[in-house]
Structures are given as C-alpha cells and as structure tokens.
Design a binder for this molecule. Structure first.
Ligand SMILES: Cc1ncc(COP(=O)(O)O)c(C=O)c1O
Length: 494
C-alpha cells in the first residue's frame, strides 16, 4: 500500500504557521484592530478568565506580515506541507468544516465541463453537499449506495453500481462518492476512479471520516493515492485539529489545472474574510502530527483492535465490520471506527448511546437502531475496560427494544425540477395526503438509514409518505428535514 509519507521530501515536523503565530503572540503589540478583545485581559475579563490569556493572544486578525500576508508566507508554506502530506497538487485550509468543502465542490462542479450535463452523486451524500447542489444549481443523477437492511445503515457505492450509472449517463461531467462511511466502510475508490477516468470525468471523494488514511500501513490508503481527483477532508474528525477546521485537496491528476482554478474562485465565495488563526494553526499542527505520528496511530489502532477483540468475546455484542465482506461496495474498513451491534443487550443503539452519556460519562459518535459507533482518535488509545464495563452495566434481562422491520426503501419520485429551482420556488405547506403527486421543496431523509428519500424538485409518492410516516413510529426513527415529528406536513412547490 502506498503510504503518504513515502513521497514526503519536506521536513514534516515543521509547523510554520503555528510557529509564526506563536512568535506573533509573544510580541509586545499595541492592538488597535480586530478582534475586539485586543488580546487584553482588562478589556474582556470574563473571556480572558474563561479561555486563558493565551487563546486571546493567538486569536489574531488576518493578513499580517510574517504570518499570512506576502509571498511565501508561513500560512502558504503550511498549506504546501499539507499538500505534500496528502500527496495533493493543491490544498486549501478551511474554517467552516468539511461542510464548506462540500459546498465548494458542488459550486466547482457546476463550472466544470459542459454545464448542460449531469453529475453522478451518491444519494446518501452529507446534507452539506445537497446544500451545495441547491446553491449551485447542479443537476445531479443519483447513485444509490448499498444498504445493510439488518442494521439499517447505508454503506457506499459499488463499482458495479457506478458502472451502471455511467452507462445510463454517458455524458456525465463529474462524479461524487463518499468513503469511508460513518461506520468505517471503505469503497473501492481505485476501481471507481479508473472507470471515471476512462469516461474522461473527475472523481470527488468525500473522505470526511478518513483524514488519517495513508498515514500508517494498517489504515486504508488515501483516496488521492487511489486515483481520486478531489478529496474532502474533515481534519477535525480523525485528524485531531480543532472543531470546524478542515481541508480540501486536489490531486496532481488529469483535471488538476482546471479544477484548481475553479476551486480557487469557489473557495473565495465560501470562506470568511476573517479566518480563525486558532483553527488554521490547529490544521498546521494536526498535519505535522499525522505525517510524523505513525507510532501514535499504531497505538490507536492497537486500542481499536483490543476493543474489537473484547466485543467479539462478549456474548451479547458483535463487531459490524466483521460482516463487511458480504457487501459488494466494501473494499476495506477503518480500524479507528469500531461499530458495535448492541441489540443483544436488549436495548436500541440510541438508548445505549444515551445511557452511556448520561449514566457513565462515556460518549460515542453515533447510534442507529441496533448499533453504536466508537471513534478512536489517532493520537490516543482508549480506556477499553471502562467502555466495556459501562456497556456491561446496560444489559437488560427483559429486552425493551422492539424488533424493527426490515428496511424496504421506497423508490425516489420523478425529478421534475433541479434542486435549486425547487428550493427557491414559491412553496406552500400542505397535509400529507395533499402532498402526494406534488413536487417537494425540501430534502427529507428517514433515519435509519439516512439516505434522502425526497430531494427538492422530486415528486412525493404515496409509497414515500407511507415509508416516512412509518419510520417516525419506529423506536429511534425520525425524518430529517420533516416539518413535524410525524411527517404529516410537507413543503411543496406552489
Ligand atoms: C460524509 C460527511 N461529509 C461531510 C461532513 C461535514 O463535516 P464538518 O462537520 O467538518 O462540516 C460530515 C459530517 O459529519 C460527513 O459525515
């Protein structure tokens, strides 16, 4: 497997932006500019007492000489180090999460290639990509991911499904998939990228959950090394930077020049003019950590292995990734995602996650009807015994979790308008019965499994209404985007 650091030439222990910020903060500066706290303890006493003075000192205005202004400045150098670490031609530092990266990508794809053609996209895309589609006017052709009907979760797109989508849309101008999934399932990015390139189109991978990929031989390969052209990276998730900091990378591939030019413009369209220096410095430090931190990542993997072994040995629990090979879209899994089927405890995953938080001070990432997902940060082995002891205390003798029906997803309704046209049309709110046959102005996704059942511009069918309403009656079931908890009112195009 190609490790990112196999081709690093620069000194990745360096953190030029974070160091320059540190030096800047240490200077005796009279600040007559923003941020308005002016790094003065006496002007913002509570803020200073709450965060400590160091945070105020490091929180500086943008465009400072020696920091982020001028040719070859430390911020530019930090971005170049990041580009090298991920094997990218170009990297952008973002301060509004991978959500910003997804909006940038949707806006960029709108300007790439023939504007009358569609973009192929995984239907279970994160809401930020759908928001980007609404903003950009992009016309998507959806590819359904594989669904694990037993656990009620969606995985990724299989190469077979991708090939079918290409065949049905031979003039598509770009493609967008997600890997890894929330549950750590990794798609066959190499196979899909080869098909996309054979068609002459770029492949974007939303790798929000796989920032650490490629930085240790026992984690999956970085999607850019597998042929992806654009990589969305939520660095704060498994890269350890501060919340809301993220990166977007473009590969040194066949579409690099065109994509870099377009993304530069769309980056400006979406980024604040006052980027947080704290977030930027955290990206610089997290990149250095990942690029030089194989030993820490190894300890985290070991911890994940230990947790998986304890779960396997437990009579009432099982590890989801142990069954991944049965799914045609899954080419691997991330060892730092530990997805656990907890239904044997007699409770739903949602209940287990809540009780872990409220009664044991143990936080897990997400829950579904029968699973919880534990995420192991790349720098830190977890206290496996504490987690297992907490799970043990949650075992019920008489199960409370009602058995869930098998998932039988309704087919999406006919797409009548683009998501943008529908979203910005005049709309009215009507009762469910009246909504049938009308065009939705909203996105509605039943959880589980979280694949949007209705996109703006699609016709609402009777089958979909029945499915959404049924979902709301199930334990832990809800409809994201619904106007009412029971999904009995819908916003439709007037
Ligand atoms: C697949 C995927 N992409 C993008 C995002 C958005 O990431 P962020 O929270 O960094 O904005 C998420 C968030 O959970 C996600 O799951």
């Amino acid at each position: 497997m190609a490790l990112n650091n196999g081709f690093m030439r620069r000194d990745q222990t360096r953190t030029p932006y974070a160091d320059a910020l540190d030096r800047y903060a240490a200077r005796d500066t009279l600040r007559l500019n923003v941020p308005g706290h002016n790094a003065r303890a006496d002007s913002m006493e509570r803020l200073n007492a709450y965060f400590g003075h160091r945070i105020l000192e490091l929180d500086v205005t943008p465009l400072l000489p020696g920091l982020d202004a001028g040719e070859g400045n430390p911020l530019a150098e930090a971005r170049e180090l990041a580009a090298e670490a991920w094997g990218a031609a170009r990297t952008w530092f973002l301060t509004n999460g991978a959500s910003q990266a997804n909006r940038i990508v949707a806006l960029a794809l709108t300007q790439f290639g023939d504007p009358t053609q569609h973009v192929l996209a995984q239907r279970s895309a994160h809401s930020s990509f759908i928001d980007g589609i609404i903003l950009s006017g992009l016309s998507p052709r959806w590819i359904l991911p594989t669904v694990d009907v037993h656990h009620g979760i969606n995985h990724g797109v299989s190469p077979e499904r991708f090939a079918e989508a290409l065949k049905a849309n031979p003039t598509a101008r770009g493609a967008y998939i997600i890997s890894p999934s929330y549950f750590g399932a990794v798609a066959d990015v190499r196979g899909i990228a080869e098909m996309a390139h054979a068609h002459g189109i770029p492949l974007v991978v939303d790798g929000a959950w796989g920032t650490h990929f490629g930085f240790h031989p026992d984690v999956p390969e970085n999607p850019l090394a597998q042929g992806a052209d654009v990589l969305v990276s939520s660095t704060h998730k498994l890269g350890g930077s501060l919340t809301q900091s993220a990166m977007l990378h473009v590969a040194d591939g066949p579409f690099a020049d065109e994509l870099i030019g377009i993304i530069n413009r769309t980056f400006t369209l979406t980024q604040s003019t006052s980027n947080s220096s704290l977030l930027l410095a955290s990206l610089d430090i997290a990149r250095s950590f990942l690029a030089t931190g194989a030993d820490s990542i190894a300890r985290a993997i070991q911890s994940g292995d230990e947790l998986r072994a304890r779960v396997r040995a437990h009579p009432k629990l099982s590890v989801l990734s142990d069954g991944f090979e049965a799914s045609p879209d899954i080419a691997g899994h991330d060892p730092l995602h530990v997805s656990i089927d907890v239904s044997g405890l007699g409770r739903s995953g949602h209940e287990v996650r809540n009780l872990l938080m409220t009664e044991h001070n143990v936080e897990t990432e997400i829950a579904t009807d029968n699973c919880v997902v534990a995420i192991i940060g790349p720098g830190h082995p977890v206290d496996v015994s504490r987690f297992m002891a907490a799970l043990d205390k949650l075992t019920l003798q008489s199960p409370s979790a009602a058995a869930r029906d098998h998932l039988d997803l309704p087919a999406p309704g006919e797409a009548v308008l683009t998501p943008r046209d529908a979203y910005f049309s005049r709309s009215v709110v009507v009762d469910a019965a009246e909504a049938i046959g009308r065009v939705s102005a909203d996105t509605l996704a039943a959880y589980p499994p979280g694949i949007p059942n209705v996109m703006p511009g699609e016709r609402i069918t009777e089958e979909i209404v029945r499915f959404l309403q049924h979902t709301t009656t199930q334990p832990g079931g809800y409809v994201r985007g619904a106007l009412t908890p029971g999904a009995d009112r819908f916003r439709v195009v007037d």
